[in-house]
Design a protein around this ligand. Structure first.
Ligand code: NAP
Ligand code: GDD
Length: 350
């Protein structure tokens, strides 16, 4: 039985990956942070959701705890998913973001070496399309590939770029089987409510049941290459099964605006949106009632924005045989359907 260690087990991807690896027959260990005893409500919630995961307490900032975890578990595969992952938040707390999202990767790699596992343990680093920055000058027509130029536009993107390069450096310096998946946005029913897609799907469900009047958003113009997280964790695993370590882009090859996501999400509750006004005065209005359902709150604008992300997953499709099951429309439907069901359940429970 192979052993896998996942950091960020309590996050969106951690849950999808744990289930996927468990179903493949792995013994799964997951790192959870904080002063958590088995009686802590959050620890209990994660354990209840994934009873098959052995939870290990450690923090990405704590090299000693990470080294101990490596020595005790001796994992065959390590998936480093933990990070301060919210781009907007990284502008508010850039130092912590550099420490966790950047230097935390170095701590993981060093922990593997200090435990004497650098020749046996395979390491996956969660790199990101945010490293490209979405600027015109470096954007290939068919989308970013593994060799496109990086130009990160946030403290998060800069920290991730350090993680990306230090992973490559450990591969080249010590012959470690260490690689990065450069993943474009992936979403789903486990997505945190602070990210725009889940904020929209949860709000649409609350609006449907009269619990919320409208959604306040920031930049509606930005475009993202959005896929389903369940499809992307399969790609992470495939990368670690190859005979040689290499970096791969995972993306859909399509890009859509925040506005389009809103339109499709409201369609799921039979509302047609039309857009009125410009800039900070723009509104999304219900065509049949004239009610404003989306408005702009500049609080959600970022100091620097990534306007457009589009990835080219050809290498992963060709070399890994990676395929996706969920397309953009299917993703919006899946998320709104999930959040409508959750609201219905709350209503039924009184
Ligand atoms: P997520 O839901 O934000 O999960 C991140 C996890 O990291 C959380 O469980 C968090 O713990 C944990 N964490 C934060 N600081 C930590 C620390 N100091 N020590 C230990 N754990 C810590 O992120 P995700 O969407 O699953 O993404 C997984 C990874 O892929 C992240 O590295 C992200 O940056 C990267 N990525 C994501 C996407 C995407 O579209 N989702 C795309 C490209 C790359 P708590 O639960 O305690 O907060
Ligand atoms: N979060 C948020 N909240 N974003 C908003 C809002 C809002 O109210 N209104 C507009 N947006 C815009 C953001 O400005 C951004 O252009 C876009 O929606 C997507 O924002 P997020 O959903 O927060 O995701 P992200 O693209 O910044 O970052 C995610 O994807 C990266 C991969 O490209 C995160 O998962 C990162 O961890 C990941 O690396």
């Amino acid at each position: 039985m192979k052993r896998a260690l996942i950091t960020g087990i309590a996050g969106q991807d951690g849950g999808h990956l744990a289930k996927f690896l468990h179903e493949k027959g792995y013994e799964v260990y997951g790192i959870i942070r904080g002063q958590m005893e088995a009686s802590h409500p959050r620890y209990k919630a994660v354990q209840a959701e994934m009873p098959y995961v052995h939870l290990v307490m450690a923090d990405l900032l704590d090299l000693a705890a990470l080294t101990r975890a490596m020595q005790e578990i001796k994992p065959d595969e390590v998936y480093n998913l933990a990070a301060i992952s919210h781009v907007g938040y990284s502008f508010r707390d850039p130092v912590l973001t550099a420490d966790v999202t950047g230097k935390g990767v170095l701590n993981m790699l060093e922990a593997i070496r200090l435990a004497g596992l650098e020749k046996t343990t395979r390491f996956y680093q969660a790199s990101t399309s945010e490293m490209f920055g979405g600027l015109d000058y470096n954007r290939p027509e068919k989308g970013y590939t593994e060799t496109a130029t990086f130009h990160p536009r946030s403290p998060y993107g800069v920290a991730k770029l350090y993680g990306h390069w230090i992973t490559r450096n450990y591969r080249e310096s010590y012959g470690m089987f260490a690689l990065s998946g450069i993943l474009f946005n992936h979403e789903g029913e486990r997505r945190g409510p602070e990210f725009v897609t889940r904020k929209i799907s949860q709000s649409v469900a609350r609006i449907k049941y009269g619990k919320q009047e409208k959604i306040e958003l920031g930049n509606l113009d930005s475009k993202r290459d959005w896929g389903y997280a369940g499809d992307y964790v399969k790609g992470m695993w495939l990368m670690l099964q190859q005979s040689k370590p290499d970096d791969y882009v995972l993306a859909t090859g399509e890009t859509h605006s925040i506005r389009e996501f809103c339109e499709l999400a409201f369609k799921e509750i039979d509302i047609d949106l039309k857009w009125e006004g410009n800039g900070a005065d723009e509104k999304g209005v219900d065509t049949s009632t004239g009610k404003t359902l989306v408005s702009i709150n500049p609080e959600f604008f970022r100091p620097a924005e990534v306007d457009l992300l589009l990835g080219d997953p050809s290498k992963a499709e060709k070399e890994l045989g990676w395929k996706r099951d969920v397309d953009f429309k299917g993703l919006v439907k899946l998320m709104v359907t999930h959040d409508l069901a959750a609201e219905e359940q709350i209503i039924q429970l009184g």
